[in-house]
Design a protein around this ligand. Sequence first.
Ligand code: CP3
Length: 478
Amino acid sequence: MNEQRTSRRQRVLKRATIAFDGAAIDCLVRDISATGAALDIESAPQPKPAIQVGHFNEICRVLSRKANRIGVCSSGKPRLSARRRRRKNRGRARFRGQSTCQSTYPSLGPAVTGVYQGHRLASRVPRTLRLPHISPVKPFIEVLSGRRQPVPPIWMMRQAGRYLPEYRELRAKAGGFLDLCFTPEYAAEITLQPIRRFNFDVAIIFSDILVIPHALGRAVRFEAGEGPRLDPLDTPEQVATLAATADFAKLEPVYEALRRVRAELDPKIALVGFCGAPWTVATYMVAGQGTPDQAPARMMAYRHPDAFARIIDTLVTNSIQYLLGQLKAGADALQIFDTWAGVLPPREFQRWSIEPARRIVEGVRKVVPDAKIIGFPRGAGALLPAYVEATGVDAVSIDWAAEPSLVRERVQSRVAVQGNLDPLALIAGGAALDRAVDDVLENYARGRLIFNLGHGILPETPIAHVEQMLRRVRAYKG
Ligand code: CP3
């Protein structure tokens, strides 16, 4: 009996020793110790080429105790044993340990640490252990860094939202939409919901572009079924009262949510932070709500260009700080949403969409030179190449009306392309959806592509259609 146990321990240990280098063993041990096992790792000499003799028994004990739960695979990532995997969907429990994560950007300083303590909301989290110090390749970041992937990484804009029953459930509990955004436990949980369901390659932090006007002291409300409402800012006199600097303490919950997600996320999945582009945020600030063609902001930009420029400048400087805060809290990449870029004529597009985005990219890269940034100038059409050239983004997100040969020749030749399935095709499903997915792959997957929608997913989208899309994209042989 004793002998049997010993040889099993040795087998486990052997596999672990083969699979990990010294530093990774450190992580494994640390993560194991975080589960509550008494393991003295601090006194082990540095560096540890392999498991130290003095720790042999402890590690054996821990590993063999966990051996029915942890498989150690050769990729260096512990995974659930087959038995556990089968069971995973029944008795789900959370790994309650402490995770340490490293910022992708060394220029931001020390590693970020976080402890996810949201046990109350944890019922769907599978029990897994992670080795956060190993940085496995994130396919999404690879594409942004210039390396095409054979199967394009995939995620969806607005992937956390009303088409998911688990989102609706939490939304009903939280009260207001902004309460969801500003409660880190909720925001982290909602960010992870679509990841658990679909295993996307990207998690986008759950928040909203209008948190910046909120932090600038503007009243922001989300009326049920009506969208955002703000106090309009449509005269030069009102603009004169606009604060120059946001109260960043109000945005601290967003950073905390990022830290929590970072600590939970599979290291192969990238975490994206975002802000609204100044033009799009300004359209809501000026009109106080969304309008079909954002005429109030366009009118103000013609009538009072100086006052309007003051709004834009304020948004530029504060968005830079906000995006840097998100990188520091653990975001791997950033997206600038310019949903309303397409309503601007070319001259205005240059001034209010391209130029502010260029300044934001420049401002972020001044502090984090290799920050990965995606621009989404929705509806830019033939102005896309100018946007890409002037702003310096690493990728552009394109809407479903983009013209493929123009995008391939003048955009994808320089940067990665993200998009561009029509969200209505995703609602339609069936053969129409298959055809629309194939079109995106046919048009762009021979170059650098991040598969996404041309705009956010709509609340009435059936979950089965999202699964259909995922299967088809992941079966792509390119
Ligand atoms: O993509 C994600 O999953 C992250 C979360 C996210 C939300 N809004 C959550 C949200 C992101 C990236 C945004 C960006 C955003 N917000 C944009 C730019 C992108 C786009 O979709 O155009 C804009 C213009 C906004 C402003 C905004 N927020 C509007 C116009 C609305 C109402 C319209 C709508 O879709 O309901 C919101 C509310 C909002 N933001 C919801 C969500 C999930 C719905 C809120 C609810 O549950 O009632």
